[in-house]
Design a protein. Structure first.
Length: 260
């Protein structure tokens, strides 16, 4: 992230996302404030409660039940905001404790860099609605690994339900939240039938379901542009994330939609 910030002047930088269980929250707050300072205020802070069981096992970190991980995520956000305020820190949560100092350096963005929280289940999305500036609508990965169930948990109807959970957590501040979604399935082609069929077969869904899937951008450049504009108008999703492997394929879409 620092390398990207130093090599650019206008692009925002961030991580999708830091699992808070893998980081000391005070050290993380200081590192992120330093990066916001070095980038002259271009940082977005991506945070998650963790879900990949194999990562926890590989790191030797205890993977608590989802409710504990989500509550801890909320307490970490408290620490970050307190650290970035410049005032004496006093956070005594159930799982996170920090006190007796004032955070330094201060981030450039005030009152703090945008906080980005992702998830796919009710409790974490309600928390994101309450605490985050950007909310990432993701798969429900409660199984601890990706699979056909992950894809099935994020159909258009399921995504509408997830936005309802965000709204419930956000209350009056919902209109101030930016909604983000990742395009995991990308195939830009005037004849995408084969790619659509192969992707659908891999994740055990029908091609029709995948073509309408909010996490899929499959079709010609005009078709993909129309879908993105439709999701923005109907779902309110204005922030779209794609993997590096899809960057060049999406370039014509970005060019066509720039400024719209």
């Amino acid at each position: 992230m620092t390398a990207a910030a130093m090599a650019t002047t206008r692009l925002r930088v961030g991580c999708r996302v830091f699992c808070v269980d893998y980081h000391n929250p005070v050290v993380l707050a200081k590192e992120l404030a330093t990066l916001d300072m070095l980038s002259e205020g271009r940082l977005e802070v991506g945070l998650g409660a963790g879900w990949v069981a194999a990562e926890y096992e590989g790191l030797g970190v205890t993977m608590d039940r989802p409710g504990v991980r989500i509550e801890r995520l909320g307490e970490v956000v408290q620490v970050l905001k307190a650290h970035w305020s410049g005032k004496p820190v006093e956070v005594q949560g159930t799982y996170v404790h920090a006190s007796g100092f004032a955070g330094r350096p201060l981030p450039v963005q005030r009152p703090h860099p945008p906080i980005f929280i992702g998830g796919g289940a009710p409790r974490v999305l309600k928390l994101a609605g309450r605490l985050a500036d950007i909310v990432s609508i993701n798969f429900n990965n409660s199984a601890g690994k990706l699979g056909s169930g992950s894809v099935a948990s994020s159909t258009r109807d399921a995504t509408v339900e997830k936005i309802g959970w965000i709204r419930e957590g956000a209350g009056d501040r919902f209109d101030d939240i930016e909604l983000e979604i990742a395009a995991y399935f990308v195939a830009i082609s005037d004849d995408p039938a084969d790619a659509l069929e192969a992707m659908a077969r891999r994740f055990d869904v029908t091609p029709d379901v995948l073509s309408e899937h909010p996490h899929a951008l499959i079709g010609s450049v005009p078709q993909v542009c129309d879908k993105l504009e439709q999701q923005r108008s109907e779902l309110g999703v204005s922030y779209v994330n794609v993997a590096q492997r899809s960057m060049e394929a999406l370039a014509p879409v970005v060019a066509r939609l720039a400024g719209t």
